[in-house]
Write a protein that binds this ligand. Structure first.
Ligand code: NAD
Length: 254
């Protein structure tokens, strides 16, 4: 039996992953703003600290894995809230749990998105995220659009993962990411209902090469594998689970 900690286990992809891990006999500590073992608002520094303290109290012996899955959609307001939850909370929790992960040679599975490659790495918002400048990144993105806040947060989190692979692997901790495509969850429901982004998102959903949008289980099935011992040589990977959308949009890139 493994012990996993995760954020965002209340609904959507995270809830399905939590269900699958519990069904497989593992222990799951869930941090969420809505419901879970630890209630915390990860957009705030105090909430992040409460999450860290809570996980540490429940798993003093260490963690076999951590999944920072909580995330806000491109329609969340203000855009800086997206940066705070999707990027800064993720990095704060991964760094804060590092010793617990090292104790059991655990792994971290980040949740990126197939939208991440849509923003350039040298975008000022991404550079501020990666520099750890939360105030600067938030001020930058509040003057811009929600979809940049979202895709940029996912690009930044993926770059952070790639940049730290060697350092974490040297202490026995694997870092990987999944990059889901459009998945039917409460998050996408919010986007579909948005006046500005709803139609574009539905059109994108209709264009998925395999002919359908993902269900949470499509994503969780792969995540469960990447967290497992069977994936012990998978390190630094970004696994696109998007029905072929990324290959359709970037056929010459990988
Ligand atoms: P969801 O809205 O069902 O789940 C998000 C979870 O995060 C919820 O349990 C919510 O309560 C929690 N959360 C939100 N704000 C929080 C906060 N401030 N503090 C603590 N918890 C908070 O959405 P989902 O689609 O299942 O998304 C899960 C992850 O997958 C997110 O990181 C999202 O960006 C990513 N993702 C989703 C899609 C998609 O199409 N649904 C595509 C690519 C990536």
């Amino acid at each position: 039996m493994a012990t996993y900690a995760m954020t965002g286990g209340a609904t959507g992809i995270g809830a399905e992953l939590r269900r699958q891990l519990l069904e497989a006999g593992h222990r799951v500590i869930s941090v969420d703003i809505k419901e879970g073992d630890i209630l915390a608002d990860l957009s705030t520094v105090a909430g992040r600290q409460a999450a860290l303290d809570g996980v540490r109290a429940l798993a003093p012996q260490g963690l076999d894995g951590f999944i920072p899955c909580a995330g806000l959609p491109p329609v969340a307001k203000p855009p800086s809230l997206i940066a705070r939850v999707n990027y800064f909370a993720v990095v704060a929790l991964v760094e804060g749990l590092r010793d617990l992960l090292q104790a059991r040679q655990g792994n971290v599975l980040f949740v990126s998105s197939n939208s991440a490659p849509m923003i350039a790495s040298d975008d000022s918002y991404i550079e501020k995220c990666l520099a750890g400048d939360e105030d600067g990144a938030c001020a930058d993105i509040d003057a811009r659009e929600g979809h940049i806040a979202y895709a940029g947060s996912k690009r930044a989190v993926t770059l952070w993962m790639r940049r730290h692979v060697v350092e974490y692997a040297s202490s026995g901790v694997r870092l990987n990411a999944v990059a889901p495509g459009i998945t039917v969850t409460p998050l996408t429901e919010q986007v579909f209902n948005d006046d500005a982004l709803g139609a574009v998102m539905k059109q994108f959903g209709d264009s998925v090469p395999v002919g359908r949008m993902a269900q949470p289980a499509d994503i969780a099935n792969v995540m469960r594998y990447m967290l497992s011992e069977e994936a012990s040589y998978v390190c630094g990977s970004v696994f696109f689970i998007d029905g072929g959308s990324d290959a359709m949009l970037r056929p010459e890139d990988f």
